[in-house]
Write a protein that binds this ligand. Structure first.
Ligand SMILES: *Cc1c(COP(=O)(O)O)cnc(C)c1O
Length: 841
């Protein structure tokens, strides 16, 4: 397979060929090594777009001629190209740490990827997490590839009308202007897949983007040979109705897996970033059926061990559900094509497989087809166990098989030039490329003066950015010249600068600061200790309440012309805006309604830049917060939408700002004007939290806790006999479980211990197919306990009845304990794959 970019420009001269290579590797979005090169070619375009590929596409023949003859330029280019090659072939943290890799290849499926604003195929947090995952895999040298969709329009772009209302724009993503290339087969033909849809085939075209050492494979349906409606399947991210969404998810899961097969790639791990991609489970199992000539249940048993499902949803309503009739239309061909009947597939997406009216739930499919499930923060892990409890009836909530790995962000993508310089002076250039253990102590040596200087420079930068954006916005909205003129001097580089940017949706409560407008006014307009505010965010086009909250902010700004220099709403929140904001602001505010913020990542992006967080104790902040590192909102409890509580929290927010944040920023200044209380907090937050909430830590966790065990389990299931053994066990358990029962329980207490004995009658089950355990619930003073009970003698006169026993410490009362029987088998996941459980009482 060869890859040829689709050039609009005249063929690059040989000596300039390296430009295409550099421009097509999205590594430029975090390694700024070659920035000077692009600046040299097209200073204005570089300043505006920061997109090297666009610069290349817009180069005229004259410029090419000139550069091709410029020896100095060619020499510079050659240096960058060889440095690039050097980087790609360097030993990595992964190859050094794992001389024998514990897995071959991870395929990371995601509906959206946020890598750079030059590739606008993301909407928000989920996509940016996926982008950061790929970038970090590249940095660490992890064998991983991405699978996604190349959206023709992506998510909408936002502008504001002259009343401050959101306007949604859908500019076309011209693939020739984005840093992607078509994938071509051995004959040079553009690689296309044909996906069976009801009554037709849908053609998907294959693209790829390079992210350092990692490849992102993308599919789109905008092929002229498709029917017009089908061409639009991959148009709008999170647009359209349920059928469009279903089609998109089929393209991602089934199409994505088919693409891997066509490319001859055999990942051992499929990592599903949210349930959208869960159809990959079916496609993967089907491939296994073909390769090994087995039936579907066996193929699913064999392959699911290698599937990992990361859930991001904190409420059951957040799961994608499809009416069974709709899905049935799309899988009607399954019995003939795959030998799998429709009911078998539908059952995988249901809580109760027998309920034929139950909608098909993508999260249920993902659980039924994965070996490991994880949430994205400690709190979200617990919330997910509660949400998924219905699939594991009679199991204690804390044993619902959902673990967690707290999210992190790719620090090199979010740090400012000033912060980068400071970090480099303390922790070296390779600080995010491997082990993180010395970072905290090394960075802690940074002086107050250095921290403050970095902060002041970064604040100045974001103000410069905000002024430019404001001028453009005002001009676009036909504001009077005088307003545009004022925008040049809006905001002040020595004023405490607060950032608030996020999706405008009810649970994020983006208007909490507006609860008491007069109090906000006084806060901002304090003559001695003023505060300025940078706000940004989009509301989903169908979210009327979200849009109303945007207008509430823009109205507030208009109604207070005397605050025009203190408050800016920056339109079209995207990665570029986010980057500037998180680099420059002093304080980042986040006000979600607990527990709706599964993790949240924007607050993590300010860490590396010395911004501080004031946030609800939800998601990542519930585990990161300490009084030395920032400020907290809320009481660690859930209050749903209790209005009185919302009022109280708003008061708390104002109080923390007035009494803690503002004084700390302006008081206690030393002889050089540095606020030492504030810089102490910065130092603590930067050194302690930055490594902990870096995607570097996150990926190392994924490797050791999820990818490695998943690959091991998958390997254990490669033998056909193992899988058949598991299937037989499943079948036996299913058949005999109803007849299992307990007999007598005897307890004897000695000083310091309890001795339990219980009789268990196993019907016709092999005693090795089950485990008997002694269980005690967790309470305020005790953690939950599970003790294995040993099988003793067979009960005389009974058929397959045994005496089980164990001894436990006597520090809990006897009544806390109860025996139970659960299915058990080596290389099997209980309760993930077998949810039976029998309690003594
Ligand atoms: C980081 C980021 C997000 C995620 O932010 P949260 O508010 O933490 O969910 C969303 N949008 C953009 C553009 C981002 O950069």
């Amino acid at each position: 397979m060869t890859i040829a970019p689709c050039y609009l420009l005249p063929q690059l001269p040989e000596s300039l060929a390296g430009l295409a290579e550099l421009a097509l590797d999205l590594r430029w979005s975090w390694s700024h090594a070659a920035d000077s090169l692009w600046q040299r070619i097209a200073p204005a375009l570089w300043e505006d777009t920061r997109n090297p590929w666009l610069i290349l596409q817009n180069m005229g023949g004259d410029t090419l001629q000139r550069l091709a003859q410029d020896q100095d330029f060619i020499a510079q280019l050659d240096t960058f190209v060889s440095k690039h090659h050097e980087h790609l072939s360097q030993k990595s943290w992964f190859s050094e740490t794992y001389p024998h890799p514990p897995f071959n290849q991870v395929a990371y499926f995601s509906m959206e990827f946020g890598l750079s604003e030059s590739l606008p195929i993301y909407s928000g947090g989920l996509g940016i997490l996926a982008g950061d995952h790929l970038k970090t895999a590249s940095d660490l040298g992890i064998p991983l590839l991405g699978i996604g969709l190349l959206w023709q329009q992506g998510y909408f772009r936002q502008s504001l009308d002259d009343c401050g209302r959101q306007i949604e724009l859908y500019p076309y993503n011209d693939p020739t202007q984005m840093p992607v290339t078509p994938v071509r087969d051995a004959e040079g033909e553009w690689l296309r897949l044909e996906l069976p849809f009801p009554g037709r085939k849908v053609i998907l075209r294959a693209w790829q983007a390079q992210v350092g050492r990692v490849t992102l494979h993308l599919l789109d349906s905008n092929d002229p040979l498709n029917a017009p409606a089908d061409r639009g399947i991959t148009a709008e991210l999170y647009g359209g109705g349920p059928e469009t969404r279903l089609q998109q998810e089929i393209c991602l899961g089934i199409g994505g897996w088919m693409l891997l097969r066509r490319l001859g790639i055999q990942p051992d791990i499929c990592h599903l970033n949210e349930g959208h991609a869960a159809f990959a489970i079916l496609a993967r199992a089907y491939s296994h059926m073909q390769d090994h000539g087995t039936a579907f249940p066996w193929a699913l048993t064999a392959t699911r061990a290698g599937n990992i499902f990361t859930t991001h949803t904190p409420v059951a309503a957040g799961f994608d559900r499809f009416p069974p009739e709709l899905l049935t239309r799309y899988i009607a061909g399954a019995p003939e094509a795959f030998g799998v009947d429709v009911e078998t597939i539908l059952a995988l997406g249901r809580e109760n497989p027998e309920d034929i009216r139950e909608p098909f739930n993508m999260a249920w499919l993902a659980i039924h087809g994965s070996g490991i499930v994880n949430g994205v923060s400690r709190l979200h892990g617990a919330v997910s166990r509660r949400l998924f409890q219905p699939l594991f009836p009679r199991w204690p909530e804390n044993e619902v098989p959902v673990t967690h790995i707290t999210n992190g962000v790719h620090m090199p993508s979010w740090d400012s030039a000033e912060a980068d310089a400071l970090w480099t002076s303390r922790c070296g250039k390779a600080r995010w490329l491997g082990d993180l253990k010395d970072i905290e102590t090394d960075f802690r040596q940074t002086s107050d003066a250095d921290l403050w200087q970095m902060r002041s420079a970064a604040r100045q930068q974001v103000i410069h950015f905000a002024r430019q954006r404001l001028q453009k916005q005002l001009a676009a909205a036909h504001a009077p010249d005088q307003d545009c003129e004022h925008a040049r001097t809006a905001l002040d580089p020595n004023t405490l600068t607060i950032g608030f940017a996020r999706r405008f949706t009810a649970y994020k409560r983006p208007n909490m600061l507006l609860t008491d407008p007069d109090r906000l006014y006084r806060l901002l307009n304090n003559p001695h200790y003023p505060v300025q505010l940078l706000i940004a965010g989009k509301a989903h086009p169908k979210d009327g309440a979200g849009k109303a909250m945007i207008q509430q902010w823009t109205q507030f700004i208009r109604q207070h012309p005397d605050l025009a220099g203190r408050m800016v709403f920056i339109a079209d929140y995207d990665m570029l805006v986010a980057e500037h904001l998180v680099q420059g602001v002093d304080l980042w505010i986040n006000t979600p309604r607990r527990p709706w913020e599964a993790s949240g990542t924007s607050g993590m992006k300010v860490l590396v830049n010395g911004g501080l967080n004031l946030s609800e104790l939800d998601g990542w902040w519930a585990e990161a917060y300490g009084p030395e590192t920032g400020w907290a909102l809320g009481d660690r409890q859930e209050h749903d939408t209790d209005l009185e509580w919302e009022q109280q929290e708003a008061q708390q927010l104002y109080r923390v700002l007035e009494e803690e944040v503002v004084p700390l920023f302006y008081h206690q200044r030393d002889a050089n004007g540095c606020p030492c209380g504030w810089t102490n907090k910065i130092r603590e937050s930067m050194s302690r939290l930055t490594p902990q909430f870096s995607s570097n830590r996150m990926l190392q966790d994924y490797i050791s806790s999820l990818y490695t065990p998943a690959a091991r389990l998958l390997a254990a299931r490669q033998e056909r006999a193992t899988v058949e053994g598991i299937s037989r066990w499943q079948h036996d358990i299913h058949q005999h479980w109803q007849s299992l029962h307990f007999g007598e329980l005897h307890v004897q207490s000695d000083p310091g211990t309890h001795h339990f004995q219980v009789h268990v009658y196993l019907d016709d089950l092999d005693p090795d197919a089950v485990a008997v355990q002694l269980f005690a619930n967790g309470d305020d003073t005790h953690a939950p306990e599970v003790h294995p009970m040993d099988r003793g003698d067979a009960l005389s006169g009974a058929i397959n009845g045994y005496n089980y026993h164990c001894t436990v410490p006597g520090d809990r009362p006897i009544e806390h304990f109860t025996p139970r029987v659960i299915p058990h088998r080596e290389h099997c996941l209980v309760p993930m794959e077998n949810t039976e459980i029998l309690w003594y009482r």
